[in-house]
Design a protein around this ligand. Sequence first.
Ligand SMILES: NC(=O)c1ccc[n+]([C@@H]2O[C@H](COP(=O)([O-])OP(=O)(O)OC[C@H]3O[C@@H](n4cnc5c(N)ncnc54)[C@H](O)[C@@H]3O)[C@@H](O)[C@H]2O)c1
Length: 264
Amino acid sequence: MNAYQDLSIDKLFRFDGDVAFVTGGGDGFGRIASMTYANAGASVAVVDIDKAKADAVVAEITEGGGHALALELDVSDRKALKETIDEAASALGGLHILLNNAGITRRGPTLDMTDADWDDVLEVNLTAVVLGSRAAARHMVEHGNGRIINISSIVGLVGNRHFAHIGYQATKGALVNTTRGLAVEWAEKGIRVNAIAPTFFRTNFGASRMQSDPDLVNAIEADTPIGRFGEPWELAGGLLYLASPASSMVTGITLPIDGGWTAV
Ligand SMILES: NC(=O)c1ccc[n+]([C@@H]2O[C@H](COP(=O)([O-])OP(=O)(O)OC[C@H]3O[C@@H](n4cnc5c(N)ncnc54)[C@H](O)[C@@H]3O)[C@@H](O)[C@H]2O)c1
């Protein structure tokens, strides 16, 4: 094989036979990730609190010739989180990629925030990421190869002058350093840990909830150098890169996919 063939797209970006576990896989970024990983040759556990959504994504993948399994899980159920990770590894043949994608928010002034709002966001956005990573890494160490990707946010890197959501900001910021910490701790075990920090995207979670507030949409677009919200598929390149052999020397980073938001 010559150097040209050695740099084939297949070698850089395919991971045939690997198993991926995608939380919140039934919609938005998780749906895009599940399809991208299946396209790259992985068997994908599409995991969602809404089983019908996970089923629909699995149907799309299967119709396209890929391999996927739908599993129902609320990631804030700590016992079920571990059991579902073990179930996927046992059903699909190991675990190589974990996408910690499921996330929630409670928007509103901090002075009005309830203790329950804080606890709910912390449990889904941070605790489930750490405990899920621990459960997945116990499988990854068995074959000395794993990639964990955490979905943070631009508001985990900088402040947000458009609206308040302190639990969301605190947890997304914590993911940036959780990513560094686990990356350093697990590098010698062959597990790479990275994060993605998206800007505002047109998913149910993002833009759809802002459609009733055109002034907010306009203000966010005006603050974005590229001048618009992201489309869900525009996360696929980063999701693929960080899970693929192409990023084999990359660990501990948070990759902004933000239309230049954090460059300003
Ligand atoms: N869309 C954006 O603008 C944006 C920007 C930055 C970061 N993010 C982050 O991206 C991630 C995905 O967001 P999205 O925009 O794709 O949202 P989405 O609403 O389109 O999809 C989220 C999916 O997660 C599932 N889910 C919610 N709570 C769950 C739980 N407790 N357990 C399991 N599944 C659960 C939902 O059923 C849904 O299918 C979140 O962590 C979010 O914080 C989104």
